[in-house]
Design a protein around this ligand. Structure first.
Ligand SMILES: C[S@@+](CC[C@H](N)C(=O)[O-])C[C@H]1O[C@@H](n2cnc3c(N)ncnc32)[C@H](O)[C@@H]1O
Length: 219
């Protein structure tokens, strides 16, 4: 996957704009829909240092994440006050704690064996971080590496891309539905139109944006 975005430059600040700094409200609300059991594993592609990683592990789940930036991974452990061990594996530095494994490296190098036990993919602000010309490759890779039939919880953004350029890119729910068709069916869960007043988005010209949650079920 050819990348044009320099993600390391986003991580020169320890807390980039996309970091929510709290548990994602859709994750908290919709996780029970997936009937997971304590000890089940959740995969978070392009996980950043999301507080969601910590929260999910505190709920008794195992979390596997992949993230390009070492700054992000180290900040996650530092800010969560969690001890880890670091091991080197082929294409990754792997950071392991009790219920958390973070692969620091490129998502495109993840293999199915890394995710053999996963029961859910939780994608918040990950598909929107992928350049439009890479979305098909991202989807193909995702379907190669996750166990067949596991569902996904996706949180996406939609806005007028004539006004603002990504990342994050605008990826409407309809596009996610088309992208994952025919292997998955997408079910709309909830949308929320947010004013951008006083936010970093307003500085980029945007008046509002829509955040949506989707459930994807394997067909
Ligand atoms: C918009 S952020 C979202 C982070 C996280 N999901 C969250 O909710 O805070 C996208 C993240 O993807 C990471 N990233 C971009 N391309 C990647 C790749 N090919 N492999 C792994 N991580 C990648 C970036 O470093 C960045 O931290």
């Amino acid at each position: 996957m050819k990348q044009t975005i320099d993600w390391r430059s986003h991580w020169t600040r320890k807390t980039p704009g996309f970091h929510e700094g709290q548990v994602n409200a859709y994750l908290e609300k919709f996780l029970p829909l997936f009937d997971l059991a304590p000890g089940d594993t959740i995969f978070m592609p392009l996980c950043g240092k999301a507080v969601d990683i910590l929260w999910l592990s505190q709920q008794g789940y195992r979390v596997i994440g992949v993230e390009l930036s070492e700054v992000a991974v180290l900040s996650f452990f530092e800010e969560s006050s969690i001890e880890f061990v670091k091991v080197q594996q082929e294409n990754f530095s792997v950071y392991k704690a009790k219920n958390i494994t973070l692969y620091q490296g490129d998502f495109m190098h993840i293999q199915a064996q890394h995710l053999a036990d996963c029961k859910l993919v939780y994608d918040r602000a990950s598909i929107v971080a992928i350049e439009p010309f890479n979305r098909q490759s991202y989807k193909h890779k995702m379907l190669q590496i996750i166990p067949a039939a596991i569902p996904m919880l996706m949180v996406t953004l939609e806005y007028d891309q004539d006004i603002m350029q990504g990342p994050p890119f605008s990826v409407p729910a309809s596009e996610i539905s088309a992208l994952y068709h025919p292997q998955y069916s997408a079910h709309f869960l909830q949308s929320n139109e947010q004013s951008t007043e006083g936010s970093r988005w307003r500085e980029r010209g945007l008046q509002s944006l829509i955040e949506s949650a989707l459930r994807l079920n394997a067909k």
